[in-house]
Structures are given as structure tokens and as C-alpha cells.
Ligand binder design. Structure first.
Ligand SMILES: NC(=O)c1ccc[n+]([C@@H]2O[C@H](COP(=O)([O-])OP(=O)(O)OC[C@H]3O[C@@H](n4cnc5c(N)ncnc54)[C@H](OP(=O)(O)O)[C@@H]3O)[C@@H](O)[C@H]2O)c1
Length: 246
């Protein structure tokens, strides 16, 4: 039996992942997000695919107190929690962020703080219980600050660092902490980008993440070849890197 809390549960990647979990394991879900209708649709879909239960909690992901409250509410619903999945995110419009500081900071909050607050709260809970699992979706964009995407990238970079620290802290307590670094996945978030052979479907991404969960991986690229692409990008000398339009 698995009691799972999912933040950003309406995300296409999270939805495909929770479908796999519902199909393969005895799961009780609490889904957290901002859109009642979309959350309700995902709950119904998961129940039709084998979930034991699926309920949702509304949250303002730009509000610290609202985020903290969801932990209390999720615990009230599930009584105990085994797995936390963090999947919300927004691909920041970098040009807008260059001139609109409030927008830039909100985007940073969504892509970092809204993930970090639950990660820290559930980490403490899992540490006390001496068991648990945290799956956090970061991004290859967090590997090196690029001029076209550095607000989103710096938030993801901070989140990758946070997950790495939590993994070290929680490893002695047998708690699995996995960082997921997708490359290009076909979801509403990337629907405006020109398609390239590097894109994979959200279903394929979910399969890779699910295998990583089963095999208790520390950190995974989705798919694996992004490890090599990012190695090249990270190794480029700064005097070349700063001239690139990537
Ligand atoms: N797709 C990719 O190529 C890619 C690559 C690297 C990393 N990722 C990461 O993968 C995760 C899942 O994204 P996805 O690709 O599945 O995208 P998606 O389907 O567009 O999902 C985005 C999720 O974030 C939520 N969200 C966005 N802005 C929000 C806001 N201001 N307040 C509250 N919730 C908000 C959305 O909620 P609503 O349903 O209410 O809009 C939705 O649940 C994200 O963390 C993303 O950064 C994706």
C-alpha cells in the first residue's frame, strides 16, 4: 500500500506517472494544485485506473502559508504518507522576466520555493518516521545558467541542490530522495516550442521516472542521453558559452 501526495498533480508528466502508479500498485492519492476542475478530472481518471482513493486539496503555490497548510491537510486525509512527488513548474518567459521583476520573482518562487517548502516539511516528517520517498522534478535547465532561460534555470538549479542536500541528510534514515532532470518532454509547458527529435512523450518520461522510483535511483536524466548533452554544455569554456544563443 502506498499513500502518495502529489504537488502539481495536473502536470502532464505527474498525471502519466500517477496513472502508472495507480495501475501497478495499491495507491491512495492526495493531489495538490490550483485548478479544481482539472484536479477533479485527474482524481476521477486515477480512480478509474485502479487507485484505491484520490482526493484533491487546493493550494496557492505562491503563498508560503497555503503551501504549509497542505501538509497538515494531506496528513489528515491519508493518516500516514509514504511518498511525496513534486511536479509543478512554469517555463518562464525570460524576455518578460528581464524587465518585470515581480513576474521574475513569482516565477522563481513557483519553480523553487513552492517545491522547497513541501520538500522540507515532508523531509522532517519522513525523518521522524524513518521511512519515506521524495521524488522531485527539476530540469536540465538547472545545470548551467543560460541567457534564454536563467530565471527558470536558476530556480531549478537551487532545487537540484536542495534535493542533493536532502538526499545526504535522509540517506542514513533509509529515505529515498530522487532528483528527476527531464530534457524536452511533450507537455502543455513546451507546446509552444518548435518540435525536434530530442522530444519524448510524457508517457515515455513517466515510464523512466517510475523505473527510477522502483530502482531507488538518486538522480536521473529523462531520457538518459541528456547526461551527455549537458556534460558538453557544462564543459564549454565561459568565453564561448556567453556568445551562444541557447
Ligand atoms: N516538459 C518539459 O520539457 C520539462 C522539462 C524539464 C522539466 N520539466 C518539469 O517537469 C514538471 C512538470 O511539468 P510538465 O512538463 O508536466 O508541464 P505541465 O503539464 O504544463 O504542468 C505544469 C504544472 O505546474 C502547474 N502550474 C504552473 N503554473 C502554476 C502556478 N502559477 N500556480 C500553480 N500551479 C502552476 C500547472 O497547474 P495547472 O494545471 O493548474 O495549470 C501544472 O500542474 C515541472 O516541474 C517542469 O518544470 C518539464
Amino acid at each position: 500500500m502506498k499513500r502518495i501526495v502529489v504537488y502539481g498533480a495536473t502536470s502532464e508528466i505527474a498525471h502519466q506517472l500517477t496513472r502508472l502508479l495507480a495501475h501497478n500498485e495499491e495507491c491512495f492519492f492526495v493531489l495538490i494544485g490550483r485548478n479544481k476542475d482539472r484536479l477533479d478530472t485527474v482524481c476521477k481518471d486515477l480512480k478509474s485506473r485502479g487507485a484505491q482513493s484520490a482526493e484533491f486539496i487546493l493550494c496557492d503555490f505562491l503563498n508560503k502559508e497555503s503551501l504549509k497548510q497542505t501538509f497538515i491537510e494531506a496528513l489528515l486525509v491519508l493518516k500516514e504518507i509514504d511518498t511525496l512527488i513534486l511536479a509543478q513548474g512554469s517555463l518562464t518567459d525570460q524576455l518578460k522576466a528581464n524587465t518585470d521583476i515581480d513576474y521574475a520573482l513569482d516565477e522563481f518562487f513557483l519553480n523553487f520555493e513552492s517545491m522547497a517548502i513541501p520538500a522540507l516539511l515532508y523531509a522532517e516528517y519522513f525523518e521522524k518516521r524513518q521511512k519515506g520517498q521524495i521524488i522531485g522534478i527539476s530540469s536540465v535547465a538547472g545545470e548551467r545558467g543560460r541567457k534564454t532561460i536563467y530565471i527558470y534555470g536558476s530556480a531549478k538549479s537551487a532545487f537540484t541542490s536542495l534535493m542533493s542536500g536532502l538526499r545526504g541528510r535522509l540517506a542514513p534514515h533509509n529515505i529515498h530522495v530522487m532528483t528527476v532532470k527531464p530534457g524536452l518532454i511533450e507537455t502543455p509547458m513546451t507546446s509552444h516550442l518548435p518540435k525536434s527529435p530530442l522530444f519524448i512523450s510524457a508517457t515515455s518520461a513517466a515510464n523512466i521516472i517510475y523505473k527510477g522510483m522502483i530502482n531507488r535511483k538518486d538522480s536521473i536524466y529523462v531520457p538518459f542521453y541528456w547526461r551527455f548533452i549537458m556534460r558538453i554544455i557544462k564543459d564549454l569554456p565561459e568565453f564561448i558559452f556567453k556568445k551562444l544563443s541557447i
